[in-house]
Design a protein around this ligand. Structure first.
Ligand code: DNO
Length: 361
């Protein structure tokens, strides 16, 4: 049985409160992080413990970390990467000692997820995150941060930390010699180094796909499709080397057959992000409500594929629309994600009951 969760950025960073999450039917845990940690540094034991206690005090559990971010030196493969890998290993050890067993991360150069609008208005008056390729092609990457920041409702967006964005130009230069092959090799180097600690503490590493699932601003991107995932699973063939299956990220490329990808990853999906997209054209999409009918994905087939492979890890609704006047971090308001969680729970219950009752007949 999967575990329904919601992402929570921590007190002081999130408009949503733990007690509110606790009231969403079926949600027993959160996916959280030390939101003010800097990629590359070791997490303090005291801070991890305090986070755990705060979550427990609200009647919830920590079902995983999203994210422990990877320092660019590791992705670039610079000479100082070993120092940052050591710190990463120590952080994993400390998380393992606190009984935390799932860590989501990404291997995207420079930018984490990329959207070109954070509040596109839909017909029902809700606002959503959206992406138009033409807008990316027209913008200088260094300006990207400013354009994202101005629509962020005053929140710091995950993966768009101002400190890193201030050095975008320099970062681009450092990635100059990193092509897809090199990025794969650097990922392999990193994974091989961390697998022993993951095995010791039973920590499932869950790489998040590149979003959108193609190269932006000429930067290499590798976690984009079934073939590359198969390569990644094989190159470090350990069950702790797994993935976050994010329907909204892989689904940015309509050539990705989402249920088929899920089935191909049996045993290696450690975390699921479930959300829907609405395409206006191949180069323009917006994030829809979770309901199949509101977008282009067959959410039943996605949840059914997860059910069929025996997925039992944490799952969460993903970016929600901004509805009912809520002011929150774009994509991460309470209301629409709560609707999403409830809908996914409904799909799961129906799939489970129809398959077990069929077996009984
Ligand atoms: C965006 C998120 C990503 C994700 C990271 C994982 O909303 O899905 O920022 O958390 O890529 O490291």
């Amino acid at each position: 049985m999967m575990k329904m969760t919601m992402r929570w950025f921590g007190t002081g960073f999130d408009s949503v409160k733990l007690w509110q999450i606790r009231q969403v039917p079926g949600v027993k845990g959160v996916i959280t992080t030390l939101y003010d940690s800097v990629p590359g540094e070791t997490w303090e034991v005291g801070k991890i413990k305090a986070l755990k206690e705060e979550v427990a005090a609200s009647g919830l559990t920590i079902e995983g970390i999203e994210s422990v971010n990877i320092h660019d030196a590791i992705k670039i493969g610079s000479p100082d990467r070993d120092r940052y890998i050591e710190n990463y290993i120590e952080t994993l050890k400390r998380l393992g000692e606190q009984d935390i067993h799932m860590v989501c991360y990404n291997f995207m150069p420079v930018f984490d997820w990329t959207r070109t609008e954070l509040a596109r208005k839909r017909a029902d008056g809700s606002t959503v995150l959206a992406y138009t390729q033409a807008a990316i092609d027209a913008v200088d990457p260094a300006e990207m941060f400013a354009s994202i920041d101005k629509d962020s409702n005053g929140f710091c967006l995950p993966g768009w930390e101002p400190e890193r964005m201030a050095t975008v130009k320099e970062l681009f230069e450092k990635y100059q010699d990193v092509d897809e092959e090199k990025l794969f090799a650097n990922l392999k180097y990193f994974l091989e180094a961390i697998m022993p600690v993951c095995n010791k503490y039973d920590i499932n590493m869950a790489i998040h796909p590149d979003d959108p699932a193609w190269s932006v601003f000429g930067l290499p991107r590798i976690i984009t499709n079934k073939e590359n995932l198969a390569r990644m699973m094989k190159m470090v063939d350990d069950p702790h080397n797994g993935v976050t299956f994010c329907s909204g990220s892989y689904g940015t490329n309509p050539d990705n057959d989402l249920p088929d990808m899920i089935r191909s990853l049996k045993g290696r999906i450690h975390f699921a992000h479930v959300r829907n997209l609405k395409f206006n054209s191949r180069d323009d999409f917006e994030e829809a409500a979770h309901l199949s009918a509101d977008g282009d994905f067959d959410m039943y087939e996605i949840v059914k594929a997860l059910y069929d492979i025996g997925f039992d890890g944490p799952i969460r609704p993903d970016h929600g629309r901004m509805i009912w006047g809520e002011v929150a971090m774009p994509g991460y308001g309470l209301y629409d994600r709560a609707l999403g969680a409830t809908y996914i729970n409904g799909l799961w219950e129906a799939i489970e009951k129809s398959s077990t009752r069929k077996d009984e007949r």
